[in-house]
Design a protein around this ligand. Structure first.
Ligand SMILES: *Cc1c(COP(=O)(O)O)cnc(C)c1O
Length: 232
C-alpha cells in the first residue's frame, strides 16, 4: 500500500515530468492537466493526493467508484469516468460524474444525455477513439468519428469536449508519438469542421511525454502516482 509520503513524492515527480515535457515540446506551461487514476486504490490514497491539491480523479470500475464518491462527499473532487460503459449502467454515471472519457457510441451518449439531471452542469464527454481499429478494443473508428461527433454534439445536457485514446504499448517514443499524432489529427479535423473541442485525453504513466509532445491536454496517470494496483 502506498504511503502518504510516497504519494506526495510521486505527485510532485509527475508534475515535474509534465512541466519538463511542456517545456521540451513547446507547450504552454500549465496547459496539461493531471488526472490521477485512482482505480483499485483505497480512499486513503485519494485523501493523500487531495492534500497535494490534486482534485481530478479518474475511475474505471463503476461500483468501486460510486462507493468512493459517497465516502468522499464534501471534498472538492472532479470525478472522471474512464472505464468501459455498460448501457444498463449509464444512470449513476450520468448522475454522479463530471466527465466521461470513454463514450464509444451514440447509444451510450443518448442515454447519458437523457439521464443527466437538468439541474447539473452539462456532463463533459470525450469520444474514445480506437486508433488501431482492432476488433478487440473498444472505441469509435476513425471512419465513424465525424458523424458520431456531430450527433453527440447535438445532444442536450452533455458537452463534447474532445477525444480520448488508449493505444497499445509501443516500443519507443517515436512509435508512441505516431499513434498520438493520429488522434491529434482526428481532433484537428473535427475542430476544422466547427466543433469547439478543447480536450485531448492522451497519455498514461508509461507514455506521458509522447502524449504531451502530441498535444495532450489531460494525462491519465495511475501507477506513477499510486504505485501498482491490486486486482479489483
Ligand atoms: C488504468 C488506466 C490509466 C492509468 O494507467 P497507468 O499506466 O497506471 O498510469 C489511464 N487510463 C485508463 C483508461 C486506464 O484504464
Amino acid at each position: 500500500m502506498p504511503t502518504t509520503t510516497s504519494i506526495k513524492h510521486n505527485i510532485q515527480q509527475t508534475r515535474q515530468r509534465i512541466a519538463t515535457a511542456e517545456r521540451k515540446y513547446g507547450r504552454k506551461p500549465g496547459s496539461v492537466e493531471l488526472l490521477a487514476v485512482s482505480k483499485a486504490q483505497p480512499v486513503t490514497s485519494i485523501l493523500a493526493a487531495l492534500e497535494q491539491q490534486q482534485y481530478h480523479f479518474g475511475e474505471n470500475y463503476l461500483q468501486e467508484a460510486l462507493n468512493k464518491i459517497d465516502a468522499l462527499q464534501g471534498h472538492p473532487i472532479v470525478w472522471h469516468y474512464i472505464g468501459a460503459i455498460q448501457s444498463n449502467k449509464t444512470r449513476p454515471i450520468a448522475e454522479q460524474f463530471d466527465w466521461v472519457h470513454s463514450v464509444c457510441s451514440l447509444k451510450i451518449a443518448k442515454r447519458l444525455s437523457v439521464q443527466r439531471p437538468a439541474t447539473h452542469p452539462d456532463l463533459n464527454i470525450c469520444i474514445q477513439l480506437n486508433v488501431s481499429a482492432e476488433e478487440s478494443k473498444s472505441g469509435a473508428t476513425l471512419a465513424e468519428l465525424p458523424t458520431l461527433a456531430t450527433e453527440i454534439a447535438a445532444l442536450p445536457h452533455i458537452k463534447l469536449r474532445g477525444l480520448m485514446a488508449i493505444p497499445q504499448k509501443a516500443e519507443n517514443l517515436d512509435q508512441q508519438r505516431a499513434i498520438f499524432h493520429a488522434v491529434q489529427q482526428a481532433q484537428q479535423r473535427l475542430i476544422d469542421a466547427g466543433h469547439p473541442l478543447d480536450t485531448l485525453s492522451l497519455g498514461m504513466s508509461a507514455d506521458l511525454e509522447a502524449a504531451v509532445a502530441e498535444g495532450s491536454t489531460m494525462v491519465r496517470i495511475g501507477t506513477a502516482i499510486f504505485g501498482p494496483r491490486k486486482t479489483p
